[in-house]
Design a protein around this ligand. Sequence first.
Ligand SMILES: O=C[C@H](O)COP(=O)(O)O
Length: 249
Amino acid sequence: MPTPLIAGNWKMNGSRSLVESFGQALGDAALPSQLDVALMVPFPYLDAAARALSGSRATLGAQTLSDQASGAYTGEVSGEMLRELGASLVLVGHSERRTLFNEDDAAVLVRVQRALDVGLRPILCLGETLAERDAERSEAVVLGQLDAVLNGLEPDQRQQLVIAYEPVWAIGTGRTASPEQAQAMHAAIRRRLASHAEALAAATPLLYGGSMKADNAAELLAQPDIDGGLIGGASLKIDDFLAICQSAG
Ligand SMILES: O=C[C@H](O)COP(=O)(O)O
């Protein structure tokens, strides 16, 4: 079984002082022994977060990366730069990137490859919209997003992936997927991974994201194919984030 992972995605929120508070609190916290914790902070805070988290078990992640390695791409940030600032994880294909920044499956695959090229572990995000769920297309959509990446990678590259299932209708809405809905999709993802290699299915952490909070985390994390969480809003409040971490132990 993969080690549980609780990753906080601050999105375009937070501050330098919040970074410092989290560093202190995570350093002091008695976290479950079998748990990985990560914080995905905005680019400008990566350097400060690397220092603030150095006394804790939390690892550092970024929220996206450029599809280019370097060059004249004003405003972009490369994977190599993220590595230099201390990130070891990076989100790719978050639904906000897919919908607000037009990142399609091909763009997601390129970013996964860029991340792997420089030794960043990608957290590949998958999820269906409400209209797709209502049309009973959830599984086809999510597995299609997954196939677009798996089929573009070599077997050893697939082993580096973390996968996050985030139904778009549950993100930031307070409406979480039921444990049964989330488990069903996670099981489908696991089966698709197993079609490539049983060892890949067994070792890949599958995170759930979408309105996971302190009061619903335990029930979601108790599902057999849910190995952790990708937490948005609740990752900005240290007590809530720590409570979710405790639920994963
Ligand atoms: O990356 C995190 C997800 O988008 C979930 O966000 P949320 O917990 O605010 O619903």
